[in-house]
Design a protein around this ligand. Structure first.
Ligand code: GSH
Length: 217
């Protein structure tokens, strides 16, 4: 039976998992959670995931949340080869470092401004939030030093995780294409991947949701 994914298209964490699944040709039984109406805070969802984050995966009797953990799980279980998540110790270590950067830095920066706009009625992105995002763009630029993709010379789940968030941040705090040439090129490369297609709908959704509240976009 196909695994079930509890999801909300606009979420970058969800989109990272959807891009990975698309690359694996894996179909989910998709269950949309109405995030804006706080369905993720309902008792039924708490029972599934006490941390009440989206996405959550249910594969038979196995329940897993956190996009990074889900991506590693589906790639380990369903990939026909190890290209997206190489077994080589050092390659894998770099992928993990990039995933932790997404989890611990980038997605926190995105959450800071998105929540301020959604729940604190801010109509512009705070200067300090913008500066933090620009600093992250600079760090991502260094990740790409001497590399074609974010963790090496071929596409991995680190690209999928990061592009879902970077594409969202870029819609609100533009990447300076002259300053961050490698990063800009990498974004284009990702956009040209066939699996990137599934990022577009949710990206448009989050853009529309936040754009209506922001006076500057
Ligand atoms: N590290 C988690 C973050 C997931 C996350 O925070 N998702 C947001 C939606 S984009 C969420 O569920 N927020 C609701 C909450 O934290 O209550 C992941 O990668 O899955």
């Amino acid at each position: 039976m196909a695994p079930t994914l509890y999801m909300y298209q606009a979420s970058s964490s969800v989109r990272a998992v959807l891009i990975t699944a698309k690359a694996l040709d894996l179909k989910f039984n998709e269950k949309e959670i109405d995030f804006l109406h706080l369905d993720h805070l309902k008792p039924e969802y708490f029972q599934l995931n006490p941390q009440h984050t989206i996405p959550t995966l249910v594969d038979d009797d196995f329940i897993l949340w956190d996009s990074h953990a889900i991506m590693i799980y589906i790639v380990s279980k369903y990939a026909k080869n190890n290209l997206l998540y190489p077994e080589d110790l050092k390659k894998r270590a770099v992928i993990h470092q990039r995933l932790y950067f997404e989890a611990g830095v980038l997605s926190v920066q995105m959450r800071n401004f998105a929540f301020a706009v959604l729940y604190e009625n801010k109509t512009s992105i705070d200067q300090k939030d913008k500066e933090a995002i620009h600093e992250s763009y600079g760090i991502l630029e260094t990740f790409l030093e001497g590399k074609v993709w974010i963790a090496g010379d071929s596409v991995t789940i680190a690209d999928y995780s990061l592009i879902a968030t970077v594409s969202t941040l870029n819609a609100f705090v533009s990447i300076d294409t002259k300053k961050y040439r490698k990063l800009s090129k990498w974004v284009l490369q990702c956009e040209n991947l066939p699996e990137y297609e599934v990022n577009r709908k949710g990206l448009m959704e989050v853009h529309n949701i936040l754009k209506n509240k922001l006076s500057i976009v």
